[in-house]
Design a protein around this ligand. Structure first.
Ligand SMILES: C[S@@+](CC[C@H](N)C(=O)[O-])C[C@H]1O[C@@H](n2cnc3c(N)ncnc32)[C@H](O)[C@@H]1O
Length: 233
């Protein structure tokens, strides 16, 4: 991994999610009214969460799941409700505290929250790893190595999202860069699906894996593509 580029971006993301946009993120992930644009993002994210959940078994009893970059914990709760033991990790200690405060203690027994790096090997091995919109700010090279670092610790599937490189998305990001705002997200890195798939296919860490499923969610300003990587049995 280009450790410097990963650590550099990770530092910016921690600062952004823990401070700059903590309130905006808390609001977006709640039922509070939001602007029309953010409402499309919220709807798209709800759709993506459902799509991810639908790619997992109904009964996750006894399964260990890493919610990598868990944010305010909505997905972690759904996974725990299906019986999984969830390790929910996020760079932002404030988001982790918010996640804990949103989930009643009785529902939290199967969830371990940690403020830290999702790549930390101390969290152990998993049946499933989910990275919902938590890798979209890393460049293609770093995203691949994040996946390569996770792969040896996963028994079944990695489900993660990326921002597919399309002309409208590139334009949206470029226009966004012209209008800096205090709580705007660090740049999303659009990724070519073909190139990503090719680099996964060529990676020595993924020789025993296949990619059986992908799905785009496009809702107003939210464009995110789910990719499922599955270990061959
Ligand atoms: C766009 S938010 C998505 C949060 C959550 N997955 C969701 O969909 O609601 C991205 C999250 O990924 C977290 N993140 C990014 N890089 C991370 C890393 N290396 N380790 C842990 N968390 C990370 C950020 O702190 C942020 O909370």
């Amino acid at each position: 991994m280009d450790a410097i580029s990963y650590l550099n971006r990770r530092g910016k993301l921690q600062d952004y999610f823990d401070r700059t946009a903590n309130d905006a993120w808390a609001k977006l992930t709640s039922d509070a009214p939001v602007s029309g644009i953010r409402a499309t993002v919220r709807a798209g994210r709800d759709q993506m969460r459902n799509n991810i959940i639908s790619r997992l078994p109904e009964d996750l009893s006894g399964k260990r799941v890493l919610d990598a970059g868990c944010g305010t914990g909505a997905l972690a709760l759904e996974l725990a409700n299906r019986g999984a033991f969830v390790t929910a990790v996020d760079l932002s200690p404030n988001l982790i505290e918010l996640a804990k405060s949103r989930i009643p203690e009785s529902d939290r027994q199967n969830i371990e929250f940690h403020a830290g790096d999702m790549l930390d090997e101390a969290y152990g091995d998993f049946d499933y790893v989910i990275g919902m919109d938590s890798m979209i700010h890393y460049c293609a090279k770093d995203m691949l190595v994040v996946l390569e670092k996770l792969a040896p610790r996963v028994n079944q599937k990695i489900l993660f999202t990326f921002a597919p490189s399309t002309i409208p998305l590139e334009l949206m990001i470029r226009v966004g860069r012209l209008f800096p705002r205090r709580d705007r997200a660090p740049f999303i890195e659009p990724i070519s699906q073909m190139k990503l798939q090719k680099s996964i296919d060529q990676s020595p860490w993924f020789v025993d894996w296949e990619a059986p499923f992908t799905q785009l969610v496009s809702s107003g300003f939210y464009k995110s593509q789910l990719l499922e990587l599955q270990k061959r049995s």
